[in-house]
Ligand binder design. Structure first.
Ligand SMILES: [Zn+2]
Length: 147
């Protein structure tokens, strides 16, 4: 359980009523996006840091949005390597990657690529979602090299 102790000092998202479906699915290993029921456009599962979920579709402005499962398949769109220790909870992990992945559904997410040395990352590499259980309630989507 040493990993759990280390993880517990990192900031952990707190599900609220709006995000609870996302976190409930994540615990089951399913990545949810929001999808427009009018035109089928997929949207990010988050509104961005400190912002609420988008109330309307970016394509057609419909307010008919619902949670929908993503394939979990993605490609690496961009990444940076973090060498600076901004939070002591991450001190043992520098340098770690901060990655932007593009899901097959067209949505980009900021995440980490795990199970792969930073030197082996390349733009366009195929990835698949995996989940890191950080508390009883919360699992966070990360990405690993697709087989
Ligand atoms: Zn739409």
């Amino acid at each position: 359980m040493a990993g759990l102790t280390e993880t517990s000092s990192k900031p952990i998202p707190i599900p609220d009523d709006a995000s609870r479906p996302f976190f409930d699915a994540a615990r089951q290993g399913v990545l949810l996006l929001r999808r427009c029921q009018a035109c089928g456009t997929f949207l990010s599962p988050t509104g961005g840091i400190g912002t609420p979920l988008r109330p309307r579709c970016l394509t057609c402005f419909s307010a008919e949005l619902a949670w929908a499962p993503a394939s979990g398949q993605a490609t690496l769109y961009s990444f940076a390597l973090m060498h600076q220790v901004y939070d002591p909870a991450f001190a043992d992990e520098v340098p770690y990657n901060i990655a932007v992945v593009e899901l097959d559904e067209g949505v980009r997410m900021t995440t980490n690529v795990v199970g792969c040395a930073n030197e082996e990352l390349w733009i366009g590499m195929p990835l698949e979602v995996t989940f890191e259980q950080v508390s009883d309630e919360v699992a966070i989507p990360k990405f690993r090299r697709a087989p």
